[in-house]
Ligand binder design. Structure first.
Ligand code: KG4
Ligand code: ZN
Length: 341
C-alpha cells in the first residue's frame, strides 16, 4: 500500500511516499526559513507563493526517490488543517488533482493527528501501545492527548495562551538571536546553566478548595508568563549571560511539560508517553522526558528529529490507518484554518 503524502500547512512544503504506514520510501522537505528570516516570523503570503513554486518539483522528487511512478500509488494523503489557509490550499489542490486523475482515494489529514502518528514510524519495537499519553508541542499548539486507539483522542490539556514553540520563538526574537528560535535556543542553552535563574513554572501545581486545599492537578499550560519573566529579567539587566538566560528559560518550559506529561500518564493509567511536534526536537525535552519518565516506570517513545518538525511522512502514516478503515475524503475537502483534534 503506497501512499503519496503532501504537507503544506505552514512554511514547509513536504512530500513523501510511505509504504504500509511504516516504511518511508522518501521524505522531501522544502524549507522556507531563508525567506521569512528577515521578517522574524512567517509571512503567510510569501509562504503560499513559495509553495506554488516548489509543490510539483517536490512531488516529482518524492516519487523519484521512492523509485516509483504515479501509477504505482494506491492513495494520496494531504493535510487540510489546521494551518495557514493560503498554504494549505496549495497542497490540497495538488493532492486532489493527482487523486482525481489516477482515480485513487484522497485522504484528508488533521495536522495535529499527523504529529501523533510520527510515533508510528518508529521501528516496530518502539511503536506506542494504546492507550498512551501524547505530549504534542509545536509552534501553534501545546496539548496533552489521551490516545485511546487509532483515531480516538481525548484532549486533556492545552495551552491557554502561547504555544511552547511560540514562546521559544518570541524569547529568541526578544533577545535578537534569530529565527526560528527553538533550534537556536536549544543549541545556545547547551553552553548555559539551566539553574542560573529560577523562572516561574506556571500552572504546575496550586492549592485548590475543590481538592480540600490539596494540589489541583490541571493539565492546561500557560507559557506567556515565562516569556514575560524573561523579558522583565533582561529589562532589569540582572546580570546573567544570554546563555544562562536561555538555558534557564528552556529548563522552565521543559520542567512544566515533563511534569504534566508524567502526571497525566499516571492519572490516566497509561504505561507510555509519546512526543510529537516541532518542539519535540528539543534536546533537553527529549533527555528529561526519557530520564524522568523512565524513572517513574513509563515507556517513553520519541520520533527521530526529522519526523518531529513538519514533514509529510507523518501525514502518510496517519492516512494509512484511515484508509484501512475506509475513511477517505470527498473532492470538496476544504482547507480549515483552525481544526480541532
Ligand atoms: O511542528 P512544527 O514544525 O510546526 C508547527 O506545526 O507549528 O513546529 C515548529 C516549532 C517552532 O516554534 C520552532 O521554534 C520549534 O518548533 N522548534 C523547537 C526546536 N526545533 C523546532 N523548539 C525547541 N527546540 C528545538 N530544537
Ligand atoms: Zn507542525
Amino acid at each position: 500500500m503506497k501512499i503519496l503524502a503532501i504537507e503544506t500547512s505552514c512554511d514547509e512544503a513536504a512530500a513523501s511516499v510511505v509504504a504500509n504506514g511504516e516504511e518511508i520510501l522518501s521524505n522531501i522537505v522544502a524549507t522556507q526559513v531563508e525567506f521569512h528570516k528577515k521578517y522574524g516570523g512567517i509571512v503567510p503570503e510569501i509562504a503560499s507563493r513559495k509553495h506554488i513554486e516548489v509543490i510539483n518539483p517536490i512531488i516529482a522528487e518524492a516519487l523519484e526517490k521512492a523509485n516509483i511512478g504515479f501509477k504505482d500509488l494506491d492513495a494520496v494523503a494531504v493535510t487540510y488543517g489546521p494551518g495557514l489557509v493560503g498554504s494549505l490550499i496549495v497542497g490540497l489542490c495538488a493532492a486532489k488533482a493527482i487523486a482525481y486523475s489516477l482515480s485513487i482515494p484522497l485522504i484528508g489529514i488533521n495536522h495535529l493527528e499527523a504529529h501523533i502518528y510520527a510515533n508510528f514510524l518508529n521501528s516496530k519495537s518502539q511503536v506506542p501501545n494504546f492507550p498512551f499519553i501524547c505530549l504534542l508541542v509545536s509552534g501553534g499548539h501545546t496539548m496533552l492527548i489521551l490516545v485511546k486507539d487509532h483515531g480516538e483522542y481525548e484532549v486533556i490539556g492545552r495551552t491557554r495562551d502561547d504555544a511552547a514553540g511560540e514562546a521559544f520563538d518570541k524569547v529568541a526574537r526578544f533577545l535578537k538571536l534569530g529565527y526560528p528560535g527553538g533550534p537556536i535556543i536549544d543549541k545556545l542553552a547547551k553552553e548555559g546553566n539551566p539553574d542560573a535563574i529560577k523562572f516561574t513554572r506556571p500552572m504546575l501545581a496550586r492549592r485548590s478548595s475543590k481538592s480540600g486545599g490539596g494540589l489541583e492537578q490541571g493539565y492546561d499550560f500557560s507559557f506567556s508568563g515565562i516569556k514575560t519573566a524573561v523579558i522583565n529579567y533582561v529589562t532589569r539587566d540582572a546580570g546573567c549571560t544570554t546563555k544562562d538566560i536561555v538555558a534557564s528559560f528552556q529548563q522552565a518550559v521543559v520542567d512544566v511539560l515533563v511534569t504534566k506529561a508524567i502526571r497525566a500518564a499516571k492519572e490516566y493509567k497509561c504505561k507510555t508517553i509519546a512526543l510529537g511536534g516541532g518542539v519535540a526536537a528539543n534536546s533537553r525535552l527529549r533527555e528529561e522526558l526519557k530520564e524522568r519518565g523512565q524513572k517513574q516506570g513509563q515507556e517513553v517513545v520519541i520520533p527521530p528529529h526529522s519526523l518531529c518538525t513538519d514533514n509529510a511522512a507523518m501525514v502518510g502514516c496517519a492516512a494509512y490507518y484511515k484508509l484501512r478503515n475506509n475513511q477517505t475524503s470527498n473532492f470538496d475537502l476544504q482547507a480549515v484554518a483552525s481544526l480541532k483534534l
